[in-house]
Design a protein around this ligand. Structure first.
Ligand SMILES: NC(=O)c1ccc[n+]([C@@H]2O[C@H](COP(=O)([O-])OP(=O)(O)OC[C@H]3O[C@@H](n4cnc5c(N)ncnc54)[C@H](OP(=O)(O)O)[C@@H]3O)[C@@H](O)[C@H]2O)c1
Length: 271
């Protein structure tokens, strides 16, 4: 698996599987947890070794179950989870520690490869308090890498200015309707790996048409073209699919090269 080197020297698998509807009734984000591990097992079978979960997804235990059934050793997997940036999780040291422990228990692991603050909130001093606890967990080796999600430039700069650790990753929305180019440039200028959530969100027919045309000479789908574009510019991706076939195709993006002209056309899709 192709990887990006993080600023803490750990390697981040460049493509991971999103999970936010896995193990849920009707594949619905707010659906009841049904412990269906099918999409996790199929993802592992077609080659995924990285999974993106979160306390808010309520499916860390489903992920752990799917992983166990695969019998892949823990050290060959890369697991991300996230602390919700909301009431009940962030108001005191005790709450943060209890939430982290709940992730470790649900994932049934003694370490997490990458732990993120899921989203920022207004009180940056409190965000910093949480970040300092993340630093402690990283020092203890319980978190291998620490990062954030949905942080803007000012929020990232605040953490950089007030702590000893530059976030390794900022997981943000990036897709043709909102590539988030400026924020990605800023992250990369600070040594932060930008990672695209919702890489296929809000795709218009026109965007799909343009990407489909670009992919034709390479025998690649619009989705493969889009993932390759992100990877080429150093952006990690976490596409999610419940279909084993589409899971496999989302990994099969390294046997073609986009031209400069292709890349220009894709960049312009955001305008
Ligand atoms: N940090 C955050 O705030 C945040 C927010 C949102 C999401 N995330 C993370 O990012 C992950 C990905 O985002 P997402 O799940 O919202 O959306 P996504 O990956 O952009 O899109 C998922 C949709 O695309 C379809 N799809 C997948 N591969 C395809 C392909 N090759 N061709 C055509 N359609 C394809 C899927 O349908 P099928 O299942 O039918 O294939 C599904 O409907 C999440 O699962 C979650 O882990 C993080």
């Amino acid at each position: 698996m192709f990887t990006f080197k993080l600023n803490d020297q750990h390697e981040l698998p460049a493509i991971g599987s999103g999970t936010n509807t896995f193990g849920k009734e009707n594949r619905d984000y707010i659906g009841e947890i049904n412990y269906d591990t099918t999409p996790i097992e199929s993802a592992i079978k077609v080659g995924y070794r990285r999974f993106d979960s979160a306390i808010s997804y309520r499916n860390e235990a489903v992920l752990s179950l799917g992983i166990k059934q695969s019998e892949i050793p823990r050290n060959e997997l890369f697991i991300t989870s996230k602390l919700p940036g909301r009431e009940g999780y962030i108001e005191s040291r005790e709450q943060v520690i209890a939430a982290i422990q709940s992730s470790l228990t649900a994932l049934d692991t003694d370490y997490i490869d990458l732990y993120l603050i899921h989203r920022p909130w207004d009180d940056m001093k409190q965000v910093l308090m949480v970040w300092k606890i993340f630093e402690e967990y990283q020092q203890k080796g319980i978190f291998k890498s620490i990062g954030v999600s949905n942080f803007n430039e000012e929020q990232l700069q605040y953490l950089i200015d007030h702590s000893d650790t530059v976030p390794a990753v900022n997981q943000i929305e990036s897709n043709p309707s909102n590539f988030n180019d400026e924020l990605i440039d800023y992250c990369q200028s600070q040594g932060i790996v930008a990672e695209a959530w919702g890489p296929f969100h809000k795709m218009s027919d026109h965007q799909i048409e343009v990407l489909t045309e670009i992919g034709k000479p390479y025998h690649k789908s619009w989705a493969q073209v889009l993932l390759r574009y992100q990877l080429d510019r150093g952006v990690a991706v976490i596409p999610k699919s419940h279909s084993s076939k589409r899971q496999a195709s989302n990994l099969d993006v390294f046997d073609f090269t986009l031209s400069d002209d292709d890349r220009q056309k894709i960049k312009k899709l955001s305008n």
